[in-house]
Design a protein around this ligand. Structure first.
Ligand SMILES: Nc1nc2c(ncn2[C@@H]2O[C@H](COP(=O)(O)OP(=O)(O)OP(=O)(O)O)[C@@H](O)[C@H]2O)c(=O)[nH]1
Ligand SMILES: [Mg+2]
Length: 635
């Protein structure tokens, strides 16, 4: 979602360093949602996050474009801005780059202004202050396809004369007109110091003056505005309807969860077969003994027990991708604003919070679009309560182990779907309660108005959805192959040592057993035994690690296992009350190093991450304790 879509921010430092070394660089500037990142990806071949709502890019990204003559130009993608006087953190990034205030980058050598051609009058307002910077500038009118399809047109030669800068009509999404941008890059390399022609530009602070100027420039360049998007209006009649809108949202989410359980099952079985078969065929290749045990039982099967959830993760991301690319997300934010304002959050917090369903790391970065610092910190603090995709495998495993597939709930919604939905809801409720608490105590503040530009609805492209799923699959597998693998290797060692006479200990007397027993007094009241305790300790490195950990711990006892066996083992080890408490613990606990690190970076110190970690973990513990007591009493 906002920012880069991965669980880890992209490191741009090395490329920043090349720019520092005096390389020529071109900045992409424009209003939010104008298509800057789409153009950036076209020029550089990279895959930065693109989505159909404003505020997707929140930090600068650097890439390399190769011109037709084989020369290299650095291109820098920036957060969208309506003007150069920055109010929020993401806008500041853009203003700082353009004015050269970012010492490590220096000023750009030239600028490409990306404007939405279907919205020219308003978008031209940004052209005045950017042209006034006096850097060689190309004005890109993007969305040429949309403009033409809706019967609009513009005379680029006349507009160029009005602006004193070259103008190119481009469709970044379709790839039309990219050659003109490349020519500009080439030209700016050849004449690095040429400046835009002097034309009369309005004074920056004078907004009404700017509007008159933009209107005139548009008219003089024969701009014919496109017909209003009929479909957008019709669909908004439904999706923004006061009660139909929220109802549709809830139904869509329920349908997605139902699909995650039922639709993914065949795919999940297939992935599982591949993992077991490959493990079995790999095993004989290794000499019998410690190494084989460590690699096959400890690591292959442990990582495999996490990887089987790949189909569900991808289904979830397919859903999120369609929401984002269609433009529906911005509507959901608008609907949510009514509710959010009641709990003291502002509507702008909705998009970061929704991104947190994928991963809290990009969500916390996305809070940069929130202007007020207190609002921003409140949103950062509650974001990890939203159910991130790392919790999904844990939920799916435990819910499937304790609720039979056929258990009914309400009409077509089964009990498993209801339980999953319930877990998402309690995460959200915890966020709301916490927001209220912050509002009435340390982060007290007046409500501010919420302005969000609604993008037109667009048909999500299969290519873009496919690429997202691919990237997401890579991120998930990379996590399984690094963090989780690492945790499981350590765990395998802890569970198989110390040895006596070369024989592995029984698990209770292994190092892992000692750790489990050490935490047992604290977790016993929650209904967890020492094995679950080891799983919880491991899950503080990465939430899904509990699955692999339990897989490894049980696997040591019963050599053959698949996820059904894991479910069986869980049922033998946990009472239903313990299972409910475990789910609640995972819903609320702050178990993610990457999130803590990003909170430190975005809040500039250890205070807020420390508050967040202690609060969430205490909240999780007390809630799990209460859940265990209540469920035990009722059963
Ligand atoms: N029809 C059409 N859609 C486009 C074109 N270029 C971009 N888009 C769509 O416009 C939306 C916004 O694109 P982005 O590249 O994320 O826009 P951005 O300017 O980087 O936005 P922020 O990072 O939020 O400032 C996405 O849904 C794109 O698919 C185009 O040429 N034609
Ligand atoms: Mg962008």
């Amino acid at each position: 979602m906002a920012g880069n879509d991965s669980c880890h921010p992209v490191a741009t430092d090395s490329v920043d360093a090349s720019i520092r070394a005096g390389q020529h660089y071109v900045a992409l500037v424009g209003p939010p949602n104008a298509g800057k990142t789409t153009l950036f990806n076209r020029l550089t071949g990279l895959r930065q996050k693109v989505a159909n709502f404003p505020g997707v890019t929140v930090e600068h990204h650097v890439g390399r474009a190769r011109t037709q003559q084989g020369r290299e130009v650095f291109v820098i993608d920036l957060p969208g801005v309506y003007s150069l006087d920055a109010r929020s953190e993401d806008e500041r990034v853009t203003a700082d780059v353009l004015t050269g205030a970012k010492a490590e980058l220096g000023r750009p050598d030239s600028v490409v202004i990306v404007l939405d051609a279907t919205n020219l009058h308003r978008h031209l307002l940004l052209a005045a202050p950017v042209l006034a910077l006096g850097l060689p500038t190309l004005v890109v009118l993007n969305m040429a396809d949309d403009l033409a399809a809706r019967g609009g047109s513009v005379d680029t030669v006349a507009l160029a004369a009005q602006l004193g800068a070259p103008v190119a009509l481009v469709s970044a999404a379709k790839g039309d007109g990219i050659d003109k941008v490349m020519q500009f890059l080439e030209g700016s390399l050849a004449r690095p110091h040429s400046t835009a022609k002097r034309v009369e530009l309005p004074v920056l602070q004078d907004l009404p003056g700017c509007r008159t100027w933009a209107g005139q420039v548009g008219t003089k360049s024969g701009y014919r505005a496109p017909a209003p998007p009929v479909w957008t209006r019709r669909l908004d009649g439904i999706f923004l309807h006061p009660w139909l809108g929220p109802l549709i949202f809830v139904l869509v989410v329920a349908a997605v969860f139902e699909t995650i359980f039922s639709g993914a099952q065949p795919l999940m079985d297939a992935v599982e077969k591949i993992i077991v078969a490959s493990g079995n065929s790999l095993a004989p290749l290794l000499p019998e003994g410690l190494l084989r045990g460590a690699l096959i039982d400890g690591v292959w099967n442990g990582v495999g027990s996490v990887v089987v959830f790949l189909p569900q993760i991808l289904l979830l991301f397919l859903f999120i991708g369609v929401l984002e690319d269609s433009g529906y997300l911005a509507r959901a934010a608008l609907i949510a604003d009514r509710t959010m304002s009641r709990v003291g959050l502002q509507g702008k917090a909705f998009i970061p919070l929704l991104s947190a369903y994928a991963c809290a790391v990009p969500a916390i970065m996305a809070t940069r679009t929130i202007e007020n610092t207190r609002d921003r910190i409140a949103t950062i603090l509650i974001a990890p309560f939203m159910t991130c995709s790392a919790r999904l495998p844990v939920y799916l495993l435990i819910v499937a182990a304790f609720i039979p597939e056929t258990a009914p709930f309400l009409g077509p919604i089964g009990a498993r779907t209801a339980a999953l939905l319930g877990l998402y809801i309690i995460g959200f409720l915890a966020a709301i309660v916490t927001a209220q608490l912050l509002r009435s105590t340390i982060l007290r503040r007046e409500r501010s108005t919420f302005i969000l530009e609604l993008p037109p609805y667009r048909m999500p492209s299969l290519r873009s959805l496919g690429l997202r799923l691919w990237d997401r699959a890579l991120i998930f597998l990379k996590r399984a192959g690094t963090v989780i693998l690492g945790v499981l290797m350590v765990l395998w060692f802890l569970a198989n040592f110390p040895r006596t006479n070369g024989q592995p200990p029984d698990p209770e007397h292994s190092y892992a057993g000692h750790i489990g027993h050490a935490v047992e007094p604290a977790i016993k009241p929650l209904g967890f035994n020492w094995k679950v305790g080891v799983g919880i300790v491991a899950s503080f490195a990465a939430r899904e690690a509990i699955i692999g950990t339990l897989g490894t711990l049980y696997g040591i006892e019963n050599a053959d296992k698949d996820s059904d066996k894991l479910q069986e083992a869980l049922r033998a080890d946990l009472t239903p009350a313990g299972a409910a408490a475990l789910l609640v613990f995972f819903a609320f606990a702050m178990q993610c190093f990457s999130t803590t690190a990003i909170v430190r970076r975005e809040t500039g110190g250890w205070f807020w991450p420390a508050v967040q970690f202690s609060y969430m973990t205490a909240f999780a513990y007390c809630s799990a304790l209460a859940t265990h007591a209540i469920v035990s009493a009722r059963l």
